[in-house]
Design a protein around this ligand. Sequence first.
Ligand SMILES: [Zn+2]
Length: 295
Amino acid sequence: MADYIHTPSPTASPALQAMLTHSGFPLTESRSQSPISRVNSPIDMDGLSWPSRFPVLTVGPFFSPETLPLFFGRWHDQATSDAIPTLTPTHSTPGLGTKARRDETKAEAEERIRKMSGAVRTLLECMGEDPDREGLLKTPERYAKALMFFSKGYEENIRDVLNGAIFEEDHDEMVIVKNVEVFSLCEHHMVPFTGKIHIAYIPNRKVVGLSKLARIAEMFGRRLQVQERLTKQIAMALMEILKPQGVAVVMEASHLCMVMRGVQKPSASTMTSYMLGVFRNNPKTREEFLSLIRN
Ligand SMILES: [Zn+2]
């Protein structure tokens, strides 16, 4: 079990408190309303569209720094209405650099790898290595390609990942997918953090193909991340796609930047959680979820 609890986000901490009730920690009666609000819209929009700060594909005369808040307000109304969700191109659309990556030609892709390999060669030299020795000859290119794989989530978006796998279903009990393994890169050190994610939701007439939950986690995980944001993005995406009664996401991960360097605590793990809807508002529902993932 975790011996290190990392709670930099004030929104994460009540959920962690909830997790810790059995350890004698205080539990607040009920949590505040959903954080999806106009006031906090930039981070919430980023929650779906990170790393883009703006909805790139729809940029036009309609959007300017002045009109963006209006747009976010409108988006908010749509997102919280009962209407069937429509996945516009803005959802999880990558930023300009990642858009260029997604749309590039084969020649441009080769040029990208060549450029990255040069940078890796420089890294090797700076480490005091000889990039021309036999064992390292192909390392720059290998590492460049590995980095592209570790960050392939930038080339994906929710709409393609879902591929229409949302179904009308008269099911209103908790759906949980436990132990989804996730491999991500910490954006502060570009070294891996890996762990398990538990995802739950309570449907509101709509269910999503179960494998898609893991695919969504994978998509957000294969980007430069911080664990708090990864956890939140998965929850926010599901909330918007399904408009369920609630969503809960808990992640427990080990960060190499902490394990291999810095405090060097090999057994330390970091837990984050993000809860929306009934999981946020109803302690009993939250408790049921937490006890189900505990076993
Ligand atoms: Zn780090």
